[in-house]
Design a protein around this ligand. Structure first.
Ligand SMILES: [Zn+2]
Length: 180
């Protein structure tokens, strides 16, 4: 299991941390995709680095086309400024593992929804103090003390994807992941 702190440590340690002596080897085109999903699961979301791009659910598919790895990406929402950074992170993350040719295809339909956030991602968000998205459109509980006595302070938090809420019991403000 990869935990969020592992992801962050891995980044600062450089790309060769997981497979010493192997990271620079070229990945053979057509090779098994499972480890590649694992590598992408270590590429952090640029806006919320405690979750990976795989946790976020934006990586929809991987396929080899000749010697090129095709990555299908659905952006979180059209106004999200992180889209270009997400594509760069994918390219960099895969090149560091020895995938030489990467082609990223944008897939806008079906549109990304917060339902695509993984359970691991939701748990990492809450542990980090961000309330994970709920079908009701507001947080179900305070990520600090689990109180359900919460109220909205502002429609916009530290990024456009988040709203600011406050807990009525522990009085701590927190971000709510509100995208779509
Ligand atoms: Zn609280």
């Amino acid at each position: 299991m990869t935990t969020a702190p592992d992801v962050l440590r891995g980044l600062s340690a450089g790309p060769a941390h997981e497979v010493p002596g192997q990271a620079r080897d070229r990945v053979a085109p057509g090779s098994d995709l499972a480890p590649i999903w694992g590598w992408l699961d270590q590429v952090p979301d640029p806006e919320i680095p405690v979750i990976s791009l795989v946790d976020l659910g934006v990586i929809r598919g991987l396929a080899w086309s000749g010697d090129t790895l095709e990555v299908t990406v659905t952006p979180t929402y059209s106004g999200c400024p992180a889209t270009a950074i997400i594509n760069m992170s994918i390219q960099d993350g895969l090149r560091a593992r020895g995938v030489q040719k990467v082609a990223i295809t944008r897939q806008l339909s079906p549109p990304w929804t917060t339902d695509w956030l993984s359970e691991k991602g939701r748990a990492a968000l809450e542990e980090y103090g961000i309330a994970p998205p709920q079908p009701a459109g507001g947080p179900s509980r305070c990520p600090h003390c689990q109180s359900e006595n919460v109220s909205k302070i502002s429609q916009f938090g530290s990024t456009p994807c988040k709203a600011q809420w406050r807990c009525g019991d522990c009085l701590e403000p927190f971000d709510y992941f509100k995208c779509i």
